[in-house]
Design a protein around this ligand. Structure first.
Ligand code: F6R
Length: 607
């Protein structure tokens, strides 16, 4: 989603701005732009489409200066055109903005009535126009910005250049992250700490309600009322950024292949010395008090929560609610103070999940974050954090982060089972022993390229697909359908197989591929009966099950893929792999941009 990069430096900044933007590009974007102060004037270049378009524009018409701001835009208000790309500017001011100006319509009407001429369809332009309006009424740069921010409703991470102050960069935050990086030659600012790698030695995470002014040698911080504030930079421990594809065609494929190592890293992070249990950095006194869990997340992270619900209810005997973050805070659910609220987010920056966390905190719940990015906003604001140790995930479609979220949840399940005395030591030992062998089994499954290619040929020309599962596999079916639709653009639905007769069976005919996830568990017999109902209506069934399950259905399925036996609690991790790879190879055969699917962003920082 939208990304900000800015610099004020003793050396020319244009190259830094372009490099900064390319570090942000994995988040998904549809246009980009930079603005630099050159010889006392703000100069801007913007381009729709890939960053390469902007790069060529800047090469053809270079702009140079010691201070500049840059942005990758993911369209929310207005089409992804050059005119709507950031920075937005007037003669006096240039602005790059992440977030949403909720009252932009009324601001625009008010400013237009005063003679301001808007150039774009975006909400963000109202910030540049509003600041300019206050400047023209005689306010100083800082006051014009401060007063404008008080009038804006919504969220922002903001970097601002003023023509009047060609050596000062302003930054402000409310609800959308910004990190300031200090180097020997000046300051860099970004909405994503990764983009500061190799540049900054120390960082400061701007807090909500703060407004900063930077020059090459000075950083001054105030609150929005104008009161000075102190801040403390901390040493920057750079996250390892996987910049290359390591010989794979796509980041997504590379990240799928990393999953055995990710699983092992995550497991070993929490493994006790005697290798018999997983130990989590949450005090036993907290876990023992938990009477209910509320898991809140979006997208793939939400489906990880759905899988965890089945595990925790079964192994720890605790009730679990799983909520979509964008619904959670608006549905006025009565929240129990003894509940543990768990927020799951790969990026740790998803706006809805963050807002849900703030909501839960206000209601006095203990908040646990399960995140990949450990310095993220969600991680910083939770009471407890469980990092998933997946490493940087670049592919927009989440794969290794899902596996790492499941691994972390499985460990949490064991910790809760132990705390509630529901889980015996012997059962835990047996599972941990199986977990230690599991990476090897994952690798074997990932290597079966011919199986996934065969499925992709089956799905290649279809417009719809149905994913089915029962019990915990119904949660996996949802993740399988999401993966397929987001990168192959095939419409896919997921249902608990037992629900089929209550409506979706009407969709089944000889054109509909039906992907069934049926591992060996207590529901296998029921799953296969549901499958016969599909077969009786001519559905083209692709079945994932064990060897006997496949044999039993041999005469009515189009394809059957047998997975080797594993501990029942590991089955969701195991059955995830074919679902990811069938989506990958289907998207590939359809010629889609696998790593950056249309319309999607890696980090969703607006509501
Ligand atoms: C799908 C996908 C998204 C994310 C969702 C939440 O492959 O990646 O559905 O899972 O946007 O993102 P995080 O986990 O960063 O909060």
């Amino acid at each position: 989603m939208c990304g900000i990069f800015a610099a004020v430096n003793q050396n020319p900044v244009t190259q830094h701005l372009l490099t900064g933007l390319s570090c942000l590009s994995y988040r998904g974007y549809d246009s980009s732009g930079i603005a630099v102060i050159e010889n006392g004037l703000i100069r801007r270049q913007r381009a729709a489409g890939k960053l390469e378009n902007l790069r060529q524009l800047v090469e053809g018409n270079p702009i140079q200066g010691l201070i500049g701001i840059a942005h990758t835009r993911w369209a929310t208000h207005g089409l992804p055109t050059e005119k709507n790309a950031h920075p937005h500017m007037t003669e006096e001011v240039a602005v790059a903005h992440n977030g949403i100006v909720e009252n932009h319509h009324s601001l625009k009407l008010r400013l237009e009535a005063q003679g301001c001429e808007f150039q774009s369809e975006t909400d963000s332009e109202s910030i540049a126009q509003l600041i300019t309006f206050h400047l023209r009424r005689g306010m100083s740069c800082q006051d014009a910005l401060r007063v404008a921010l008080q009038e804006i409703e919504g969220s922002y991470g903001l970097v601002v250049l003023f023509r009047q102050q060609p050596d000062q960069l302003y930054v402000a935050r409310r609800g959308s992250p910004l990190v300031i990086g200090r180097s020997n030659d000046g300051y860099f600012v970004s909405s994503d700490e990764n983009a500061l790698s190799g540049l900054a030695t120390q960082v400061y995470h701007l807090q909500d309600g703060e407004l900063g002014r930077l020059s090459t040698s000075l950083f001054r911080l105030r609150d929005i009322q104008g009161n000075q504030k102190a801040c403390r930079f901390v040493d920057f421990h750079q996250m390892h950024v996987d910049s290359g594809k390591d010989g794979f065609d796509h980041f997504m494929l590379k990240e799928i292949h990393e999953q055995p190592a990710v699983f092992e890293r995550c497991l070993r992070q929490y493994l006790s010395e005697d290798q018999e249990r997983l130990e989590y950095p949450i005090p036993g006194s907290i876990l023992e008090k938990v009477s209910r869990l509320t898991i809140v997340a979006c997208g793939t992270s939400f489906y990880a929560g759905q899988v965890a619900k089945y595990w925790i209810e079964r192994v720890a005997g605790l009730p679990v609610d799983v909520d979509i973050a964008s619904e959670f805070r608006y549905r006025q659910a009565p929240l129990d103070q003894q509940s543990l609220a768990v927020f799951v987010s790969q990026s740790g920056e998803t706006a809805d999940t963050y807002a849900a966390l703030q909501h839960a905190r206000k209601r006095g719940l203990t908040c646990l974050a399960i995140v990949n990015v450990v310095n993220s906003t969600i991680a910083r604001e939770a009471d407890y954090v469980l990092p998933i140790h997946a490493g940087t995930e670049v592919g927009v479609a989440s794969t290794k982060a899902f596996i790492a979220q499941l691994t972390t949840f499985l460990g949490l399940t064991l910790a809760l089972g132990r705390a509630s005395a529901y889980l015996g030591a012997e059962a835990e030992r047996a599972l941990v022993a199986e977990m230690l062998n599991f990476p090897e089994q994952m690798s074997q499954l990932i290597s079966q390229k011919s199986m996934y290619s065969a499925i992709s040929r089956e799905l290649r020309h279809c417009s719809n697909a149905l994913f089915l599962g029962r019990g915990i596999s119904s949660a996996l079916a949802q993740e399988g359908a999401l993966k397929l639709k987001e990168i192959s653009y095939i419409h896919a639905e997921a249902y608990p197989a037992g629900e089929l007769k209550h409506g979706p069976l009407a969709l089944v005919d000889e054109h509909l591929p039906v992907i069934m996830i049926a591992p060996r568990d207590e529901l296998l017999g029921k799953s296969l009966s549901n499958l016969r109902e599909v077969a009786a209506r001519g559905g083209r069934i692709i079945l994932f099950s064990d060897k006997e399950g496949i044999e039993e259905c041999r005469d009515f399925i189009v394809q059957g893929h047998a997975l080797p036996p594993v501990h029942e609690l590991l089955q969701p991790l195991q059955y995830t792999i074919p679902l990811q790879l069938l989506a990958y190879y289907t998207a590939l055969i359809r010629g889609n941009d696998v790593d950056q699917p249309r319309n999607l962003a890696k980090s969703v920082t607006v509501e």
